[in-house]
Design a protein around this ligand. Structure first.
Ligand code: SF4
Ligand code: SF4
Length: 109
C-alpha cells in the first residue's frame, strides 16, 4: 500500500437521538444569537486565547450542539472575555454572553 503521509480519521458516528441538548436549548432560550452562528471561524481566527491555547469558540459551539456539554464547559474556561470575537463575527453572535451562559451552566450542574 502506498504511504501518502497521512491517515484517514476513524469513523465517528454521533447519535443525535441520544444527545443531551439541554445546554443548547437553554442557551438558545436565553440568547437567540447562538442560533445565528454559521461556523465561519472568524471568531477563532481572531481569538486572543487561541494564540496561547487550542481554544476555539466555533468548536465549543459545535460541542454544545452535539450535546458534548462537559467538553464545552471545560473549553469555555480558556476564554479571556476580551470581546475581539464579538467584533469579528459577521452574524452578530453575542459570543461573550454565550461564554458566560456556558460557564453559568457549569455552576448549576
Ligand atoms: S464568527 Fe460568528 S458566525 Fe463565525 S463561527 Fe464565530 S460565532 Fe459563528
Ligand atoms: S472573548 Fe474569548 S473567545 Fe472571544 S476573542 Fe476573546 S478570548 Fe477569544
Amino acid at each position: 500500500m502506498v504511504n501518502f503521509g497521512y491517515t484517514t480519521l476513524p469513523t465517528h458516528i454521533h447519535d443525535m437521538d441520544k444527545a443531551d441538548l439541554g445546554l443548547a436549548d437553554s442557551i438558545s432560550f436565553e440568547d437567540s444569537s447562538f442560533n445565528l452562528c454559521i461556523a465561519c471561524g472568524s471568531c477563532t481566527s481572531t481569538c486572543t486565547a487561541g494564540a496561547f491555547t487550542n481554544f476555539s469558540f466555533r468548536q465549543m459551539c459545535h460541542q454544545i450542539k452535539r450535546g458534548e456539554n462537559s467538553q464545552a464547559i471545560a473549553e469555555s474556561e480558556k476564554c479571556m472575555l476580551c470581546g475581539k470575537c464579538t467584533l469579528a463575527c459577521p452574524r452578530n453572535v453575542n459570543t461573550r454572553n454565550i461564554i458566560r451562559l456556558v460557564r453559568k451552566a457549569n455552576q448549576t450542574i
